[in-house]
Design a protein around this ligand. Sequence first.
Ligand code: ADP
Ligand code: GLC
Length: 482
Amino acid sequence: MRVLFVSSEVAPLIKTGGLADVSAALPSALRRLGDDVRVLMPGYSQVLRALESFKVEAFFSGVDEFPNFRLFASVLPDGVPLWVIDCPELFQRDGGIYQDGKGKDWPDNALRFGLLSKVAAILGGTESPVEWKPEVVHCNDWQTGLTPAYMHFSPGSAPCVMTVHNLAFQGVFPPQMVSELALPAESFHPHGAEFYGNLSFLKAGLYYANHVTTVSPTYAEEIQTEALGFGLQGLLKNRSKSLTGILNGIDDSEWNPASDPALTQAYTAQKMAGKAANKRALQKHMGLQVDAEVPLFGLVSRFTHQKGVDIVLEIAPQLIADHAQLVLLGSGDATMQSDAMELARNFPGQVAVMIGFDEGLSHLIEAGSDIFLMPSRFEPCGLNQMYSQRYGTPPIVHATGGLVDSVVDYNEATLDKGEATGFVFDDMTPQGLLSCAQRAATTYRDKKVWSALQFNGMSKDFGWQKSAEKYHEIYASLSDSV
Ligand code: ADP
Ligand code: GLC
C-alpha cells in the first residue's frame, strides 16, 4: 500500500509528546511490513536545522489564500521518506511549534495547520504535481483534520484515515476561517465541520474521514461517552462501525535497556544488576540521597490536568514521610511547575524536580526509578507506562484508556498467571493514588514478587508489529472499497 502519513510532529526532528514518537515508529513498522509509507510534516525551523539534506520536490503558488511554499523531499533517520512543507512565513519562527515562548497559541494556527491539511489533500488528490500517489492518506489529530474535508469535496481523491491521539485538543477557530481556508460553505454545518458556531478541525476530520481510529481499544469506547467525548460523543457513536481502537506500540530499539546510550549501565530481564547502577546515577544526577533500598518513584510528563500531576504533588509529603523518594521531569502548567519546585525545596534529598524537556533524562528516569507514576485522569494510550514496564520499573496507573489496556494490576491471581506488571487504581482522588502508591511501596519490599513484576513487564511484547498489521488491514479495506 502507498500511504501518506501526515503529522504535525515527528521524532527525533521535533517532539512535544507521544504523537511524535508514534509518527516516527508507526511508518517505520509499516514499511517493515512492506507498505510504501511517506511522512508529511511542516518545515519548522527546528526541522529544517535537523535535516541533513533535502531536495526541492515542488513549488506551489496561488493555492487558495496561502502564502507560496515549497515541498522538500528528505528522509527520516530510519530510512522513511519524508516530505517537509517549506513555508517560512508560517513555520519558521522562534518559540514552540504550537505556541509562542510565553505559552500562548500562535494566532495564525488555523492557517498554519490549514496549510498542512491542504498539502496532504493536494498530494492525495488528482491534481498533485508529485509523481508518487498515495492509495490512502493517514491523518493524525486536529492539525490534519481539514484534510478529509478538502478531500471529500475533491472527487477522485484517495480515502482517508483519521487517528485521534487526544480528543481534548480539537483545533476550534472562528467561523470566518471557513472562507479564509477555502472550505466549501456547505461543510460548515453540524453534519460537517461546524462545532457550535465555530470551525472545528478535528470534527471535520472525524466527520469526513473514511475511517476513524484511536490509540487504544478502551479509549475508543470512552470517547463515545459524555464523560470523555468532549462534546463529540454523538458523532463518534454514529461512526462506531468505522471507529477502531488500536493500541500504540513502542519503538523497542530506542527504548531498550540493553542498548540505551542514555543509561549508565545496560541490563536485561535476565541480568538485572545494571538497574541498580542507574538508580544510583539518577539519585546522584538529581541531588537525591544515594540509597539503594528506598523506593524511588519517577514521573515524566506534560504538566497538565490530564496527567494528574496535581494529585501527585498533593500526596508527595505523605509518600516521603512513609520513606520514599520522588523524581519529576516535565513542564507545562505554571502553578504545577511552581508547586513542584516548592516541594523539591521542602524535601531536599528526597524530592528532585527538573522543569523542561530532556530526552536523555527521561530515559534515565525510566531506568533508575523503582516505580513509575502515571495517574492520568484520561489517557488515550500513553507511552511512558509501556517504556517503564520495558525498563523493569512497574507503573502505577489510573484505570483509564490505554493505561488499562497495557498494564495488568498485581494480585495473587495475576501473579500466578505470570501476567501482573504494575498497579492499577480506580478511585481518581489523592487518597486513591496514595493507597495505590503505598501498596506498590510495600510490594517493592517483597523482592520475590517485585522481581516477578519486573520480569513480566520486561518480557511483554510492546513492539509495533501487531498494531501496524491492524492499520494495514484498515488501509487495504478502504482501498478495496474505492
Ligand atoms: P502525551 O503524548 O499525552 O504527552 P505519551 O505518554 O503518549 O503522552 O507520550 C509522552 C512522550 O513525551 C513520551 O515519550 C515521554 O517520555 C515524553 N516526554 C514528556 N515530557 C517529557 C519531558 N519533560 N522530557 C522528555 N520527554 C518527555
Ligand atoms: C496523545 C495522548 C497519549 C498518546 C499519544 C500518542 O498525546 O495524550 O495518550 O499515547 O498521543 O498516541
